[in-house]
Design a binder for this molecule. Structure first.
Ligand code: FE2
Ligand code: FE2
Length: 167
């Protein structure tokens, strides 16, 4: 595929404030994954070498798997009612990512089917973000909002008690 240049059929995905779920680490990691996805799309359609596509898929898979750990920690800590099912979906996705990347690493000369496998990986991650992660957005932002209210009330009470260094 080296040297080939084709029209890019998939537009880059811009980050909108509405995509934020309200937890700083999760938002930072989601933005990074979205950037990786855009870079991967560029590599596929703008005349790259196959090894650079595979390397980007490896980065994307690693970042995503690391991100699942952060996300599970936040969902568990905030008592997300769908935590168990969400973690099961992550486990399934981890296996799928491993299978796709394992396959790509064995490919020497990419065929159309191999490119489709890369596009499938891309769709899997976007689908998870927009359908499954978005489902916890209101839960996480409500918990964070009410815990920051509780924290500021606790700080005010400490100040009222004359504990000067209360934040
Ligand atoms: Fe998730
Ligand atoms: Fe996520």
């Amino acid at each position: 595929m080296a040297g080939r240049r084709t029209v890019r059929p998939l537009s880059p995905l811009g980050w909108l404030p509405a995509f934020d779920v309200g937890e700083e680490r999760l938002d930072r990691e989601h933005r990074k994954i979205m950037r990786d996805i855009n870079e991967l799309t560029d590599l596929i359609f703008e005349g790259p070498s196959w090894p650079s596509v595979v390397a980007k898929c490896q980065t994307l898979a690693k970042d995503t798997i690391d991100h699942f750990t952060t996300e599970e920690e936040v969902l568990e800590k905030t008592g997300y009612p769908q935590f168990g099912p969400h973690r099961s979906i992550h486990r399934h996705l981890r296996r799928q990512l491993g299978d796709v990347v394992g396959h790509l690493l064995r490919v020497r000369h990419a065929s159309r089917t191999d490119i489709e496998a890369v596009l499938h990986l891309r769709s899997m991650l976007l689908d998870h973000f927009f359908r499954k992660d978005f489902a916890y957005k209101s839960h996480v932002s409500n918990v964070i909002r009410s815990s920051s209210r509780t924290t500021s009330i606790a700080a005010k009470l400490r100040r009222d008690r004359g504990e000067e260094n209360a934040p």
